[in-house]
Design a protein around this ligand. Structure first.
Ligand SMILES: *[C@@H]1O[C@H](CO)[C@@H](O)[C@H](O)[C@H]1NC(C)=O
Ligand SMILES: *[C@@H]1O[C@H](CO)[C@@H](O)[C@H](O)[C@H]1NC(C)=O
Ligand SMILES: *[C@@H]1O[C@H](CO)[C@@H](O)[C@H](O)[C@H]1NC(C)=O
Ligand SMILES: *[C@@H]1O[C@H](CO)[C@@H](O)[C@H](O)[C@H]1NC(C)=O
Ligand SMILES: *[C@@H]1O[C@H](CO)[C@@H](O)[C@H](O)[C@H]1NC(C)=O
Length: 251
């Protein structure tokens, strides 16, 4: 009837405890090594814009045109980085009504690609760029997709030939991707500007507007570019304008 445990039994218990403690320490130290560093998660332009808020229209257009995916893929594969010019929602809503809806899918794509530059440009580098800039919309000749930049002190202006936009602030930069907010939608000449001076007087149905004459000797009619240009979407050349003008007096 002795409750006393034998010294041997105590020693045995103690050793069990020690072994148990030892084991848990070993397993925890084995399990402990910090998670492998691995590559950083791929940059996601949509996520960046969501975080910045005020860019729901641009995000929607990135989805429709797949330009968002394209930027992410290109960033992952390119050494040169990218620069995104991001108009906020109020820039889109201050466009003339119906402008966006009047664009077909290809034109929407061109409009959005026009806001993407295929190199990383830091704010300091804006001073050193030569005009016209290269955008993802392609051909930067006058009647197509030119985008010029001028700086005055710290202020940076983007000139499309249709609008002048101001760079407002840096939304994101990591040395690979720079995202800058701009105060206006950058409307490219090809979609919103005057057409090249017609070669033939008869208005023939054009298949592609991308055709480039390469003649820079004819002075461009810059001065006629105004906000009314937005309304001419879909009307090609003078005839459309004339018909509209005449129609105004009969309605
Ligand atoms: C990027 O982020 C958006 C929004 O957070 C998400 O819907 C999308 O799946 C992400 N894309 C990738 C490739 O992770
Ligand atoms: C990024 O590029 C690497 C190697 O070029 C590729 O293995 C990986 O799948 C790419 N990731 C994404 C999200 O495209
Ligand atoms: C540059 O900015 C200064 C000060 O805001 C202004 O006075 C000047 O006219 C600007 N120059 C040009 C070329 O716009
Ligand atoms: C952009 O700059 C180039 C070179 O200075 C000039 O030839 C071109 O006409 C400019 N384009 C616009 C749209 O201002
Ligand atoms: C844009 O700025 C230039 C001067 O840099 C000016 O000549 C032109 O008229 C402006 N265009 C618009 C559409 O405001």
């Amino acid at each position: 009837m002795s409750n006393k445990m034998s010294p041997h039994f105590l020693t045995f218990q103690l050793s069990l405890l020690l072994i148990f403690l030892l084991c848990t320490t070993i397993t925890t130290t084995i399990a402990q090594p910090a998670p492998a560093p691995g590559p950083p998660p791929p940059t996601n332009i949509t996520k960046i814009l969501e975080k910045a808020s005020q860019f729901t229209t641009l995000i929607r257009l990135y989805g429709i045109t797949k330009v968002g995916d394209q930027i992410n893929t290109q960033l992952n594969n390119s050494q040169q980085g990218m620069t995104v010019l991001a108009p906020p929602d109020n820039a889109f809503s201050s466009l003339a009504p119906g402008v966006l809806n009047s664009l077909n899918d290809q034109q929407k794509d061109e409009l959005i690609q026009f806001h993407v530059l295929p190199t990383f440009i830091s704010t300091a580098q804006f001073q050193t760029l030569s005009n016209p800039l290269r955008t993802q919309a392609g051909d930067s000749t006058y009647y197509n997709f030119p985008l010029n930049i001028t700086t005055n002190g710290t202020s940076v202006t983007l000139i499309t030939g249709v609008v002048n936009a101001t760079l407002q602030n840096t939304i994101y930069t990591d040395g690979q991707l720079a995202v800058y907010q701009v105060d206006k939608v950058l409307l490219p000449m090809n979609l919103f500007g005057p057409q090249p001076p017609a070669a033939a007087p008869a208005p023939e149905p054009e298949k592609k507007k991308k055709k480039k004459t390469g003649d820079d000797d004819t002075p461009a009619t810059d001065s006629t570019v105004s906000s009314s240009v937005d309304l001419r979407i879909g009307m090609h050349g003078l005839m459309g304008g004339l018909i509209g003008f005449i129609a105004m007096f009969y309605l």
